[in-house]
Write a protein that binds this ligand. Sequence first.
Ligand code: GRF
Length: 206
Amino acid sequence: MTRLGIVLSGRGSNFEAIAEQIGQGSLSAEIAVVVANRADAPGLEAARRRGLQAVALPSRGVERPEYDRSLIEVLRAHDVEWVVLAGYMRILTAEFIRAFPKRILNIHPSLLPAFPGLDAQHQAFAYGVKVTGCTVHFVDEHLDHGPIVMQATVAVEEGDTVETVSARILSEEHRLYSEALRLLLAGAWAIEGRKVIRLERMTAGG
Ligand code: GRF
């Protein structure tokens, strides 16, 4: 069973959605550890309630290279194969990226490359877009930037508020992250340049 390491900073609803899918048997993986860079992250408490390994690794006041090295150690100590960022509010160092090549994922609440960074839902809503959504992507050294695995769209309707749109994006996130993991853990994919290619499709299409 593929061992996932979840890394988060806050609420942890994406982590919980993944844990649910695993629990229901619709995602074949196990959560080896949940790590948070804030001891008070609700996601950490949620992990403990589920009986999972939960590690608080506070980042406040720790230099990024040193912090990322400790994070690598924790993940390796739990034999993590895939790193799943789920609301982790820090950029990773090149050293961290190199420690888990092509094995770090993130979810972002916009249709990248539009609206990277903080408060993507607000950014998109304030810009007046008619369609927004969420993106699961591989992580590289740049913010919200690596190759895209999957995206889901959410239409912005008359009368929507940033809250109603954000809620619909979040429920798509909860569905999409596990769907992307199912695809990737099945193994029939490759990265070509910026593109994540499904190998079955290439074969089927000749
Ligand atoms: C999500 O909107 C995710 O896209 C972004 O951070 C938020 C985390 O939410 N990266 P949660 O902690 O998973 O509830």
